[in-house]
Design a protein around this ligand. Structure first.
Ligand SMILES: C[S@@+](CC[C@H](N)C(=O)[O-])C[C@H]1O[C@@H](n2cnc3c(N)ncnc32)[C@H](O)[C@@H]1O
Length: 329
């Protein structure tokens, strides 16, 4: 299922012969790359929120290894966001190397003039990471164009290849980067699985984001980030949920409960809006945490219009019953 993008034909693959049942689909070509080329839409600075989070929370992870290697998977029709990632990471992790991987050959060729050896390079590759073993993989707006059942195998393929102690950052954002949501899934230090012998304890299905126990030894988080002046209410972020969650925003599911609770808290904190949307967001996040949501981080991050929650939340907090104070009260 790995290669089943939205452009699939009835056999689940476009422009390639159908794979045998259970086998990952491969893009055609000499160097086999897992996945299929999809639309290459990107924009300068589109990924600033996820990059700010990586820089602000993951610099120690990068500095903790010598010559840290980062992969930007699926950079699109222009390498601009990979260049930006490199420039941002260089400031906090000198010596970092960033490799932009794309499954589309023409996009790799087009990116090559932007390379800055030895720090920044571009190559063809897919979910198999072209044989690299990075400490961090950023894959933004890549899985969005696949079918939901392809997500689990894609995660498994990437996570099995990430270095022990590494991290996968996978999610979605809008075209100009004002709203973004991503999972961060770590690979515990010392885990030394080899490609082909997955560390996943069960086969991922489309319901895996609610599976307990989580079928992976690491501790995932879900981060929601928004440009607050243009945000009406937190649940507007639903449109940009990572692919694994987009169809799960329905009553009874964790992500629906989270967004509903966040909207409720946002409504209750309306009086804080006089101090600006940041104050209101921070107060709403604090309220979520007080209600039992496993919120990570601190006000310094929440002030940026971010919230990070351990995922799946265990157990799902139940809505607190309380009166909504009148605005200004
Ligand atoms: C919508 S663009 C995203 C560009 C950039 N990451 C961004 O967020 O602006 C998605 C890109 O991912 C590429 N892609 C899709 N599946 C891939 C895979 N398995 N491995 C590498 N690239 C892939 C597509 O060819 C496309 O260029």
């Amino acid at each position: 299922m790995v290669g089943c993008a939205r452009s699939c034909d009835r056999d689940g693959v476009s422009g390639a012969s159908p794979a045998r049942r259970g086998e990952p689909r491969l893009a055609a070509g000499r160097a086999r790359a897992l996945g299929l080329a999809t639309r290459g839409t990107t924009n300068p600075n589109r990924l600033r929120r996820v990059d700010r989070w990586i820089v602000g929370t993951q610099a120690a992870r990068l500095r903790g290894v010598s010559a840290p290697l980062v992969v930007d998977l699926g950079y699109g029709s222009s390498p601009v966001t990979t260049v930006e990632l490199f420039e941002r990471l260089e400031r906090v992790a000198p010596g970092v190397r960033v490799v932009g991987l794309e499954i589309d050959r023409e996009r790799v060729a087009a990116a090559e003039p932007a390379a800055r050896p030895p720090g920044l390079a571009f190559a063809r590759g897919g979910f198999e990471l072209a044989g690299l073993r990075p400490v961090l993989v950023r894959a933004m707006n890549v899985l969005r164009q696949y079918e939901t059942p392809a997500v689990g195998p894609a995660w498994a393929s990437i996570l099995d290849r990430i270095a022990g102690g590494g991290l996968l950052v996978e999610g979605t954002c809008d075209e100009i980067g004002r709203r973004a949501c991503w999972f961060a899934i770590d690979r515990p230090p010392g885990e030394s699985g080899q490609p082909g012998t997955s560390l996943f304890t069960s086969t991922f299905t489309s319901t895996f984001t609610s599976t307990r126990p989580w079928p992976w030894p690491g501790t995932p988080t879900l981060t929601l980030a928004a440009h607050l002046p243009s945000l009406g209410r937190p649940s507007e972020l639903a449109e940009r949920l990572p692919k694994a969650l987009i169809a799960r925003n329905v009553p009874g599911d964790d992500v629906y409960a989270l967004l509903s609770a966040f909207d409720d808290a946002w409504t209750r904190m309306a009086p804080r809006a006089v101090f600006g949307p940041r104050q209101r967001w921070v107060a709403a996040v604090e309220s979520l945490r007080a209600d039992g949501w496993p919120v990570r981080g601190n006000r310094r991050r929440w002030r940026l219009g971010e919230v990070t929650v351990a995922w799946p939340p265990t157990p799902t907090p139940t809505p607190a019953s309380r009166d909504v104070p009148a605005a200004g009260g």
